[in-house]
Design a binder for this molecule. Sequence first.
Ligand SMILES: [Zn+2]
Length: 365
Amino acid sequence: MTNLLGRFVRAESPSFDKAAVDRFGRIVASEWKRRGATVTLLRQRERGNHVRAEWRPRGSHTTAQILVLGHLDTVYDTGTIVRMPFRVSRGRAWGPGAFDMKGGLVIALCAMDALAAVGCMPNKRIVFLWTSDEEIGSESSRALIEREAQRSDAVLVLEPAAGLDGRVKTGRKGVGEIELIVTGRAAHAGLNPEDGVNAIEEIALQIARISRWNQPRRGITVNAGVIEGGTRTNVIADRARALIDLRASRAEDMRTLERKFRALRPIRSGARLEIRGGFNRPPMERKMSAALYAKARALSKEMDIKLGEAFVGGGSDGNFTAALGVPTLDGLGAVGEGAHSPGENVVTRALPERAALLAGLLMAV
Ligand SMILES: [Zn+2]
């Protein structure tokens, strides 16, 4: 498993580099073909191609389907591998994307190998969907994910586990982004400031107002992460812009927050306000994971693996499928640390355990 992970990590695949993601996609596709899966490349113009591998039980005409989700892309630019070479040491495998989520891709392949080795195969059709743009919002893959999810009895997501104890993710916050654009009126800061409307002041007041909407205990967070505006100190700024990250644990809070943004009005007279965007991923609520988690727990007991659950603030493609009402269990991928950072690594000892857990789930769901 570590060798395969090394091959996957060395084939860098940043979301914005189509040629690189396509190259890695072909490597993954060939691994599935070798195992007898029916592989389709879903070609994309701008983003990398998505890879769909379908495994059908021999001689069966079942229409029941399980969807296994993962992504090919990483957040690391091409060339990162020079500074962060793949290596195995102290029980960990290190490298860009090893944990998020090439480890998960390896786990899926080895789960199928394990089932084949013991001659024990699920009686449902299994669709493995490896998408190319999860790290940048899944714009080109969302419709495809939702279509496959709607045909499925369950969705298993191979995103990294939470914590070194390998907790699966039974809930995720919904995630959104709002762009706030303020238009004021330019004037000379010394000669006729009274004729101007300062867009920077307006946006500062708006951000102060918005930041009061934070309710961290309820799982609602609003964060102004980018702000820009103005040209020179002696000019009353006629334009300012802010990008705001939104998160909510509950669907109703997501809707309320969106409504509150739409209802924002200028504070300074003469200022104009434009609001774009909203929630991209709805929350994944625990009720959509509970039954699958109970199955995973029972399996882990049989296997003598400790398994817990976590609710996390980050979104994944599991948010889309859970919001459609399809049972979804996330965080079934690798155990490790440091996603999206120079220290990203996978606990190698946990790789076969996770493959066993996934194999068991594929049989049990
Ligand atoms: Zn990921």
